[in-house]
Design a protein around this ligand. Structure first.
Ligand SMILES: Nc1ncnc2c1ncn2[C@@H]1O[C@H](COP(=O)(O)OP(=O)(O)OP(=O)(O)O)[C@@H](O)[C@H]1O
Ligand code: NI
Length: 377
């Protein structure tokens, strides 16, 4: 892509400083979101998807902290660091203040939709009242005009009898309807980007499908970009244009959605795809990803996926693969962080396989880790 992205994330690192040690929840991820795209972040529980999304709006609380990297949105610096004379990192001079992020970015420019609508909706106020207040606070509309706009928004997101239901309370709405209200709220400020953190995960499949269709429609109508966080490759297939696959704080593969499904580069992505229910397979055919994801507090050496990877070789235990371009589709990079691809020159082919299954419950070996990038970098 030659045009500037709406959002650019480079080498983002977010850590939690806990009593048991430092949790490297997000450990050097880079990705972009272009105008009008739906970009997925997919991975198992604990991969760092939510921490990554919340970092984009600097919504990380103690004991967490964004420690490195750069986040640029429409040319503005949401986060950046520079090095002081004695080698310490400090906020860069052009970084937006907390106040500026809160006033100018959150809601207005970048809105968030969470998984649990009850966290965002106040149970003691009516749906319509909350939406109207939100519109009054964030847009140049008041009183009757704000009410009209709120009703229009409810209609827009598919709430039947919007005018009557305006005066109902959150508990009178079903889960799917509440999620629609949150989408209305996110859209109310006409943001350029909406971050949706597993908003359909708690819903049943039919309702989830309806919400995904709605998002598709609204996306086409308003041109809003989305970052869609999910653990479900089915959801990715349904709405994403491009995808970032996260494993233990890192993006291990990044590609346009068709490419990711058909020219899969990383064994972790393959494992996620294999564990995905499909109409042509019965439950017995499902291939769950073996083993559990290790803790981000003490990740395995080398490739973090190597203790669970069917293709792991000795080199994978020793050397850490960086995401590297393996192809380019319509101007978008397909990057994978796996030595199986020949863009890496670390001797994967000659390296002896690690027999992960035979290793059983043994602790993954830890050792010093070298860093390997592709040959062209
Ligand atoms: N407040 C916190 N204190 C300490 N560790 C945290 C905190 N919040 C998140 N983490 C850790 O950061 C890592 C990433 O968590 P995150 O919530 O981003 O995962 P996720 O991919 O969103 O998972 P899920 O699918 O379960 O939502 C995990 O190891 C988690 O334990
Ligand atoms: Ni999460």
């Amino acid at each position: 892509m030659s045009s500037e992205p709406l959002l650019r994330v480079e080498n983002l690192k977010t850590q939690f400083f806990t009593e048991s040690g430092t949790v490297r929840a997000v450990d050097g991820i880079s990705f972009e979101v272009y105008e009008g795209e739906i970009v997925g972040i997919v991975g198992e529980s604990g991969a760092g998807k939510s921490v990554a999304s919340m970092s984009l709006l600097r919504l990380i609380d103690n004991p967490g902290e964004i420690v490195d990297g750069e986040i640029t949105y429409k040319g503005q610096t949401i986060f950046a660091v520079s090095e002081t004379a004695d080698g310490e990192l400090e906020p860069r001079a052009d970084m937006l203040s907390n106040e500026a992020v809160r006033r100018e970015i959150r809601g207005n420019e970048i809105a968030v939709i969470f998984q649990d609508p009850m966290e965002s909706l106040n149970p003691v106020f009516t749906i319509g009242g909350q939406l109207r207040e939100f519109i009054e606070l964030n847009r140049d509309l008041e009183g009757k005009a704000a009410r009209e706009e709120a009703i229009d928004m409810l209609r827009e997101v598919g709430i039947p009898d919007a005018e009557e239901r305006y005066d109902e309370y959150p508990h009178q709405f079903s889960g799917g309807m509440r999620q629609r209200v949150l989408i209305a709220m996110a859209l109310a400020c006409q943001p350029s980007l909406i971050i949706a953190d597993e908003p359909t995960t708690a819903l049943d499949v039919t309702v989830e499908g309806q919400i995904l269709d709605l998002v598709d429609e609204l996306q086409a109508k308003y041109g809003t970009s989305f970052i869609w966080v999910t653990h479900d490759m089915g959801v990715v297939a349904e709405i994403c244009d491009r995808v970032n696959v996260m494993y233990l704080g890192e993006i291990v593969e990044q590609a346009p959605v068709d490419e990711l499904f058909h020219e899969t580069g990383h064994p972790y992505t393959s494992a996620l795809l294999d564990s995905m229910p499909r109409p042509d397979r019965t439950v017995a055919d499902l291939d769950p990803i073996r083993g559990v994801m290790p803790e981000a507090i003490d990740p395995p050496s080398g490739c973090r996926f190597h203790p669970r990877c069917p293709d792991a070789r000795e080199v994978c235990r020793r050397v850490h693969p960086e995401p590297t371009e393996i192809d380019r589709i319509d101007g978008f990079a397909h990057r994978s962080a796996c030595f199986k691809r020949d863009v890496f020159d670390v001797g994967y082919d000659e390296s002896p396989p690690i027999d992960n299954l035979a290793r059983g419950e043994r602790e993954p070996d830890r050792g010093t880790t070298e860093i390997a990038r592709g040959r062209d970098e």
